[in-house]
Design a protein around this ligand. Sequence first.
Ligand code: GLU
Length: 364
Amino acid sequence: MPVPKRIVVKLGTGVLTSDGGILDGARIGGVCAQLASLRSTGSEVLVVSSGAVGLGMGVMGLSRRPRELARKQACAAIGQGLLMQTWQSAFARHGVTVAQVLLTHDDLRIRSRYLGVQETLSELISYGSVPIINENDTVSAAEIMFGDNDTLSAMVASLVEAEFLIILSTACGLVDLRGSGRIVPVVEKITPEIEAMAQGTTSETAVGGMVSKISAAKIATRAGCGVFIASGAEPEIVPRLLAGHGPGTFFVPSGIPLDAKKRWLAYFQRPAGTIRVSAPALRPLLKEGRSLLAVGVTGSSGSFEAGEVVNIAGPDGVVFARGQSAFSSSEVPAIAGKKGEDVRVLFPRRRRTEVVHRNDLVLL
Ligand code: GLU
């Protein structure tokens, strides 16, 4: 088996706990043993672990995932400590140090913080410790949430440029419910048909379901990372998957991965606004890799500052790109449809006249 340089393994609440939010110690111990042996062959391992809310629910005697944000946050605060204790003692048996990393969406959306997280993670890895990452649920208000750990794990895989992301859950892989009823072993490309195969989750503790796993696979494969979705209940699942024998679904990494800045633009953002462009502006953007010029802009919606990431939509309103706008939403009306020299006269101190420079623009 070729040894992957770096892998991210995500475990869902359903894998870590049995009914009623009780930790499944044997399961966690088994996964730790697999990851520890992978590390001993030279792989760097990062874990994204759900389970904080689920474990907190167990302690508080709740059988249903709370809908109220404050109660969910309270559960997470109670459960996160337990979760870390568990990982710590399970890895300690193999002489491996773990490190708790709790992130909010803003930590990855804001460029300076994203770069800071990247540095911290590589520092932790260079110490030989295994980062155990989760969303900082206790302080994540609705608008700053990842929403589910599948997305978080894909962002982490992209951030650390992992070779593989393994998503372990209660699902055995992507099942072709409309066709063969079997697990799809390999997905070369995530098409609308593949997306249609994904079903929502029905579990009381799980969040994402297959829909969020497919969208996570999209993010990670564009980063050049191969993604496995498999059951965490299968024995020795990690080495089996990596050897190509595992039951599960493998998503082939995209041939030409996007560069790191473009990945951050495409997948780590929640743009606050949209710039609309004219039909003649589409070709240079879509086919020729050009910058978005003021002359092609017809207007904008939403409210954004200069330097913020915005969506870019065609005349039909369909968003086809994202980029960092050099102009704020209140400045757009003044420059829309104008030539570069007129923009320079209006904004003489602006470094560039392009509205979105091609280096800061990514097609979706
Ligand atoms: N961060 C949540 C938790 O630790 C889990 C979210 C998810 O499972 O996707 O409970």
